[in-house]
Design a protein around this ligand. Structure first.
Ligand code: NAD
Length: 262
């Protein structure tokens, strides 16, 4: 018996990173999964590997209103209904407040904030029609603690938490639970140190990043996407049946306090 037997869950941004691990774990726990992303080749390859009886890929730009009905229809046509959504898709842009362009700020909010809103709005009627369901939104520790250079990202992720609470209140009586995850630093392409510090070379950048996490994170390391997938599973499965409107931090203790000697 899987924890998600009989469930149909749409995961956005599922072509790689945390979203990919979420669909892999959900499928292993008995769910039918629909993968939405803008990386069509990568997303299709993951769905193909999982198998057509279990997984479908759809092109879904979460910030495009018109893409959502097509994604919901694809889920229903493939698997009959939709009773779970993980709003995972997101982008990160880092830079000083005064150097952040309007275009960059708006694009980060379009994907992270508007994408989450459009996803909840499109999926909620389907989850209600299915007799109840779950929404898991992806926020960040950047919504809870100030972090240098992340003004647009932090704003978008704080909005995700605010919307999570409102949606939970509005949908509770119809059997839909809505929660949010706040990951700390997780080892995915988004945080690839070589991408963030090309001057150090791949090995140097990786070592610098590892040294940073050893010092900054009480558990002494960056998180693994599988560890966030397990939290998403908890919030999607019956294990969390009495939980709604909450956020859950998975950050190795990063924002629990200031390390002694820091
Ligand atoms: P990632 O960059 O590896 O994956 C993000 C996925 O979202 C990619 O597959 C990407 O193609 C997709 N995506 C981007 N824009 C999209 C759009 N407009 N429509 C649909 N899909 C889109 O990063 P990740 O670490 O797996 O991030 C997953 C989520 O976790 C994001 O919301 C991110 O903000 C959040 N998060 C990540 C970290 C971290 O340290 N990696 C920490 C806290 C929160």
């Amino acid at each position: 018996m899987g924890k998600l037997d009989g469930r149909v869950v749409l995961v956005t941004g599922a072509a790689r990173g945390q979203g990919e691990q979420e669909v892999r774990l959900f499928a292993a726990e008995g769910a039918k999964v629909v993968l939405g992303d803008v990386l069509d080749e990568q997303g299709s390859a993951v769905a193909k590997e999982l198998g057509a009886d279990v997984a479908r890929y759809v092109h879904l730009d979460v910030g495009e209103e018109a893409d959502w009905p097509a994604a919901i229809t694809a889920a229903k046509e493939a698997f009959g209904s939709l009773d779970g959504l993980v709003n995972n898709a997101g982008i990160l842009r880092a830079g000083p407040l005064v150097g952040t362009s309007l275009q960059e700020f708006v694009e980060v909010c379009r994907v992270n904030q508007l994408g989450t809103f459009l996803g909840m709005r499109a999926a909620a009627p389907e989850l209600i029609a299915a007799g109840g369901g779950t929404i898991v939104n992806t926020s960040s520790v950047a919504a809870l603690s100030g972090m240098l250079l992340l003004s647009s990202y932090s704003a978008s992720k704080a909005a995700v938490l605010a919307m999570t609470r409102v949606a939970a209140l509005e949908l509770a009586s119809q059997g839909v639970r809505v929660n949010a995850m706040c990951p700390g630093a997780i080892d995915t392409p988004m945080t690839d140190p070589a991408g963030r510090d090309p001057s150090a070379g791949p090995a140097g950048a990786a070592e610098r990043a590892a040294a940073f996490y050893r010092k900054a994170v009480p558990l002494g390391r960056i998180g693994r996407p599988e560890e966030i997938a397990r939290l998403a599973l908890y919030l999607t499965a019956e294990d969390s049946s009495y939980v709604t409107g909450q956020h859950f931090v998975a950050d190795g203790g990063w924002i629990a306090g200031v390390p002694l000697g820091a």
